[in-house]
Design a binder for this molecule. Structure first.
Ligand SMILES: CC(C)(COP(=O)(O)OP(=O)(O)OC[C@H]1O[C@@H](n2cnc3c(N)ncnc32)[C@H](O)[C@@H]1OP(=O)(O)O)[C@@H](O)C(=O)NCCC(=O)NCCS
Length: 151
């Protein structure tokens, strides 16, 4: 039997993915203007410290999800880490291993960068993300509040 994962491709983001990334961002609860997403993706594509990987079926007809990661500099109390800054799988493609494949691809990129630890912060309201991260080998370290000020 052919599993849905047999033809899946995980590849680096391309500028032409912007419309589909915009669609996934809306699904994540961040409705965004295509022009703004295109501009931000261009910055990421030029960055040495950020990376976005996307999941497509083999024929490239859709974009089933993406993961974005960023290198975080070493701090006095910890070595440099890789942080997962975004992860979303299209609602129609969930529970078929796409999220796991994206996270594993990000982990391989981290290893190639010489990094040994990956961190992810996920809002408590994202109910499915918590069993997901536990399911792919991550352990909960802490719970925190986020503060913000417009300056
Ligand atoms: C969280 C998310 C990325 C998971 O993607 P996915 O492709 O459905 O996950 P996978 O199919 O690779 O699941 C891998 C494992 O995680 C666990 N898991 C995933 N979703 C789960 C859920 N809803 N409930 C319980 N366990 C779950 C399971 O152990 C699963 O393995 P199994 O299917 O063999 O049982 C997806 O649900 C999503 O995009 N949610 C909305 C956005 C979000 O919460 N992003 C994370 C914010 S940081």
């Amino acid at each position: 039997m052919t599993s849905p994962s047999d033809n899946r491709e995980i590849r680096p983001l391309r500028a032409a993915d912007a419309p589909r990334i915009t669609g996934l961002l809306a699904e994540l609860g961040y409705p965004s203007e295509l022009a703004a997403v295109t501009r931000r993706l261009a910055v990421i594509l030029r960055s040495d410290t950020q990376r976005v990987l996307v999941a497509t079926p083999g024929d490239g007809s859709r974009l089933d999800g993406y993961v974005s990661v960023e290198r975080r500099p070493a701090l006095p109390h910890q070595e440099e880490t890789l942080e997962i800054t975004g992860l979303v799988v299209d609602a129609t493609a969930r529970r078929s291993g796409v999220g796991r494949a994206l996270v594993e691809a990000a982990e391989r990129w981290a290893v190639r960068q010489g990094l040994r630890t990956i961190v992810v912060r996920s809002n408590v309201v994202r109910a499915e993300s918590h069993p997901f991260y536990e399911g792919v080998g991550y352990r909960r370290k802490s719970t925190s509040h986020t503060y913000r000020k417009e300056i």
